[in-house]
Design a protein around this ligand. Structure first.
Ligand SMILES: *Cc1c(COP(=O)(O)O)cnc(C)c1O
Length: 396
C-alpha cells in the first residue's frame, strides 16, 4: 500500500511524523507499510522491555482474554493481586495501585503525598521537583515537570511544584519549608537527556527528606523495570524511597502503570482514588508475564552486561568521530554529539537502505538509546556500524 492511501489526517495533529506506517514488529525490529525493516532503538519510547510482540505477552493476552477481561475495579481479580504481590516482594514497598499511564500514576503519587500532608503535616502540599524533569502530560504532571516552556502553555499551572537542580543538594534544602510535603525526582532523568542522579545525591536526598519529615517520591516510569540493570533504579544507590511510580516497561508495550508506597504512607480512603480500567486483569496478567521474565535468573545481570557493552561501543564511536562521550545507566544511555546534529542523524539513519535505524534525539546535541532489555550484542554491533556510516556521511 502507498502512504498516500492512508487517511492520516483523520488523526489529530500532535507531532510531526515521518511518512511511514508501521505494520509489524518482532524483537528489535519493526516493518513499515512497504515491507522495509528498521532496527528499533526507541522500542515504543523505552516501553517494549522485551522487544516487539514477545511470546510471553501474546500468550498472557490470549489466555487472560479467554478467562476474564474486566470485572470492574470494585472487585478483586487474581492477576492484579499476583502482580501487586510480585512487586511488593521485590521492592521496599508494601502497597500498589495500578494505573494506565505514567502520568496517571504520577498524579496518584501527587494526590497521595498531599493527602499524607493533610493528615500528618498540617496541610503541607508543596512537592519539590527538578529542572528538566519529566513526569507526564496531565496538568499537574506538566506543572511538576521542569521542561522549558511548560510553565506557560496551558497556564495557569497547578501550583506547588518549586524546582531544584539535579545533583545539587543545597538547591533542594533551600526550598524546604513548613509547606513542603515531598521531593519527587527521576533517579535517571530520561526526557531531560539521560542524566543520572549520583549515588551521593540520592543518599543525601534521603537523609535530608528524613530529617525534615518529607516524603521521597521516585518516578521510575522510565528508569524502573530493569532498565538500569537493577529491577528499580533507586536500588543503585541503596536507599529506600517512600513512594515510587512505574510505567513504560511494566506493561512491555501495553498500557499499564503503577503507584507503590510504604504502609505508613498508604493513607487513601474510599473515594480518594480509582479509575475504570485500573488494575484490570487483561493488562495486569501481561504485567505478571513481563515481570516473571525480568526476574528470571541471570536476566538483570545480562542487562548490566549489555549496558556496559553498549557504553564501551558508544565511547569508541565517540573517540573515532571526535564526539563528547556517553552517559547513562544500564540500557538507558545517551551519546553526546557536541553539536546540534541529532535530528539530522535521526533522519538519515531512518532513511538508510535496505534497512533503517530508529534513533531518538531528546535534545539536538544528544542521541538516546533505549533498546529492548534482551537486545543481543549482534544487534548492538549492527546499530553501531549503521551509526558509524551515518556519522561518516555527515562528515563529508
Ligand atoms: C514517559 C514518562 C512519564 C509519562 O508516562 P506516560 O505513560 O506517557 O503518561 C512520566 N515520567 C517519566 C519519567 C517518563 O519517562
Amino acid at each position: 500500500m502507498e502512504f498516500s492511501q492512508y487517511n492520516v489526517n483523520a488523526l489529530m495533529y500532535i507531532t510531526p511524523r515521518p511518512d511511514l506506517v508501521f505494520t509489524e514488529g518482532k524483537g528489535m525490529w519493526l516493518t513499515d507499510h512497504k515491507g522495509k525493516r528498521y532496527l528499533d532503538y526507541l522500542q515504543g519510547w523505552a516501553v517494549n522491555c522485551l522487544g516487539h510482540s514477545p511470546q510471553c505477552i501474546q500468550d498472557a493476552l490470549v489466555a487472560q482474554s479467554k478467562k476474564l477481561i474486566n470485572p470492574s475495579p470494585a472487585f478483586y481479580n487474581a492477576p492484579a493481586i499476583e502482580l501487586a504481590s510480585l512487586l511488593t516482594a521485590n521492592s521496599c514497598f508494601d502497597r500498589v495501585f495500578f494505573a494506565n499511564s505514567g502520568a496517571e500514576a504520577n498524579e496518584g503519587a501527587i494526590k497521595l503525598a498531599r493527602k499524607w500532608g493533610q493528615k500528618n503535616k498540617h496541610g503541607a502540599f508543596e512537592i519539590i521537583t527538578f529542572d528538566h524533569g519529566f513526569h507526564g502530560r496531565t496538568l499537574a504532571t506538566m506543572s511538576a515537570s521542569g521542561k522549558p516552556g511548560w510553565d506557560t502553555i496551558f497556564a495557569p499551572q497547578v501550583t506547588g511544584f518549586p524546582k531544584a537542580d539535579l545533583n545539587d543538594i543545597a538547591s533542594v534544602e533551600k526550598l524546604i519549608s513548613e509547606t513542603t510535603v515531598a521531593v519527587m525526582l527521576e533517579p535517571v532523568q530520561g526526557e531531560g537527556g539521560v542524566l543520572p542522579a549520583s549515588r551521593e545525591f540520592m543518599q543525601a536526598l534521603r537523609a535530608l527528606t528524613k530529617k525534615h519529615n518529607v516524603l521521597l517520591i521516585v518516578d521510575e516510569v522510565q528508569s524502573g523495570m530493569g532498565r538500569t540493570g537493577e529491577l528499580f533504579s533507586y536500588q543503585l544507590s541503596g536507599i529506600e524511597p517512600d513512594i515510587m511510580t512505574l510505567g513504560k516497561g511494566i506493561g512491555g508495550g501495553v498500557p499499564l502503570a503503577a503507584l507503590l508506597c510504604r504502609e505508613e504512607v498508604a493513607c487513601f480512603v474510599p473515594g480518594d482514588q480509582g479509575g475504570t480500567y485500573n488494575g484490570n486483569p487483561l493488562i495486569t496478567a501481561v504485567g505478571v508475564a513481563v515481570l516473571q521474565e525480568l526476574l528470571a535468573p541471570g536476566f538483570l545481570a545480562s542487562v548490566h552486561q549489555k549496558g556496559d557493552y553498549l557504553s564501551q561501543q558508544l565511547l569508541q564511536l565517540s573517540e573515532q568521530f571526535g564526539l563528547q562521550g556517553e552517559r547513562g545507566e544500564g540500557l538507558l544511555r545517551a551519546l553526546r554529539l557536541g553539536s546540534d546534529i541529532g535530528p539530522k542523524i535521526v533522519e538519515i539513519a531512518r532513511d538508510m537502505e535496505p534497512v533503517g535505524l530508529l534513533l531518538n534525539s531528546p535534545r539536538p546535541d544528544l542521541l538516546r538509546f533505549m533498546p529492548a532489555l534482551n537486545v543481543s550484542t549482534e544487534e548492538i554491533d549492527q546499530m553501531i556500524a549503521m551509526l558509524a556510516q551515518v556519522l561518516t556521511q555527515l562528515k563529508k
